[in-house]
Design a protein around this ligand. Structure first.
Ligand code: ADP
Ligand code: MG
Length: 350
């Protein structure tokens, strides 16, 4: 459970959470366990019981469809039917699988939702986390291939063509859930809100006085109470992938949860974390995992190409934090990004 990342954002928005509510509004709501994390919503003056109920019902629904620990979830059914039959799924699951595969194509397989068998082998963040044998990794990698996921738009089915394959949407699903919460906020004409799904943050609207929200970027080498950077934003999502979130250390080596599908090992590069800022949380989530896997140089090229080809109708901004504590960010963030920790003062923009 990713309470630590949650706390970082909470810290930076604490004053917001403590603000008093209007008569019709109730206290901000938080739930532990949904989407494998802590989900918190504060809709301030518009935060009625009815609104929070609608939001958490929707999050429960998404969790029921996506949770691999629920044997009847749609993702579990897709996996248990690998090599057997296509599975008819909800619009939610179909859309997220399709978007994940779009990123697989764009990253030439660096982002691969069929990474499931390798993720299961490492067991990171479970009680059976371990370094697998080389031959086990080779074996599991034989089932990792996003081109073997067959989608049928008409029937809305997903088919994994080989027995042993499994999909893992851990790199994208929370982003989707976050966007779905924002849809409910829009639908209910909520003026301002902070959504925090385990560190996958959306700041909706502006603060009451019209100023921007302050969102912390976690210091990858410290605890959540000590952010490295601060962003001032409105109507934006902030999503980070990093080496500090889920990992174990053995013989001085850190084994984290973002797996390179080329060799089946946690991705090794110069990065501690990678943050994406944009207006779509599903894109930010898939992109943060993808860019972490691509590394800094290829990553900047990738984002540039995305904007040139108009892949999305907005240009995502990125923040890289390297092991040397160097911060490199998109030039668009020049006026909104500041260091709040001495170690991360070296910020350059490109
Ligand atoms: P977090 O889950 O901390 O928000 P990410 O969004 O970066 O972090 O997602 C990491 C998760 O993505 C892993 O826990 C795993 O479920 C999944 N994953 C790991 N490697 C890959 C990969 N190469 N492609 C797609 N998903 C991956
Ligand atoms: Mg992600």
């Amino acid at each position: 459970m990713k309470i630590s990342k949650y706390l970082c954002v909470l810290l930076c928005t604490t004053s917001l959470f403590n603000m008093s509510c209007s008569k019709k509004s109730v206290a901000p709501q938080s739930k532990i366990g949904l989407l494998g994390t802590v989900c918190s919503i504060n809709a301030y003056d518009d935060g009625s019981e009815k609104l929070y109920t609608a939001i958490f019902n929707r999050l429960e629904e998404i969790d029921d469809d996506f949770n691999v620990n629920k044997s009847q979830s749609e993702i579990s059914l897709i996996n248990s039917n690998a090599g057997i039959a296509p599975v008819k799924v909800s619009e939610d699951v179909y859309y997220v699988v399709k978007t994940a595969l779009q990123f697989s194509g764009l990253t030439k397989g660096a982002f691969d939702p069929t990474i499931g068998p390798v993720v299961a082998l490492w067991g990171i963040n479970t009680d059976h986390a371990r370094i697998p044998e080389k031959n086990e990794i080779e074996q599991a990698l034989r089932f990792v291939d996003y081109t073997k996921v067959i989608l049928d738009d008409k029937g809305q089915t997903v088919y994994l063509t080989e027995k042993g394959m499994s999909i893992d949407l851990g790199g994208i699903a929370k982003g989707y859930a976050c966007d779905e919460v924002v849809k409910i906020l829009k639908h209910n004409k909520v003026k301002r809100a902070v959504v925090d799904l385990g560190g996958n943050v959306y700041v909706w609207g502006t603060k009451k006085d019209g100023s921007r929200w302050k969102v912390g970027v976690r210091n990858p080498e410290s605890n959540a109470a000590d952010p490295a950077l601060a962003l001032s934003l409105y109507n934006s999502t902030v999503v980070t992938s990093g080496v500090y979130e889920r990992y174990f250390i053995q013989d001085g080596i850190r084994f984290h949860h973002i797996i390179n599908p080329e060799d089946g090992y946690p991705c090794q590069n110069d990065l501690l974390s990678l943050t994406v800022v944009c207006e779509s949380s599903i894109i930010a989530d898939a992109l943060s995992t993808s860019l972490f896997l691509l590394g800094q140089d290829k990553g900047f090229e990738f984002v540039e190409k995305l904007s040139q080809t108009n892949e999305f109708d907005f240009v995502p901004d990125v923040i890289y934090i390297s092991k040397e504590h160097e911060v490199v960010a998109s030039s668009n963030l020049r006026n909104s990004l500041t260091a709040v920790n001495e170690n991360y003062k070296k910020i350059s923009f490109r």
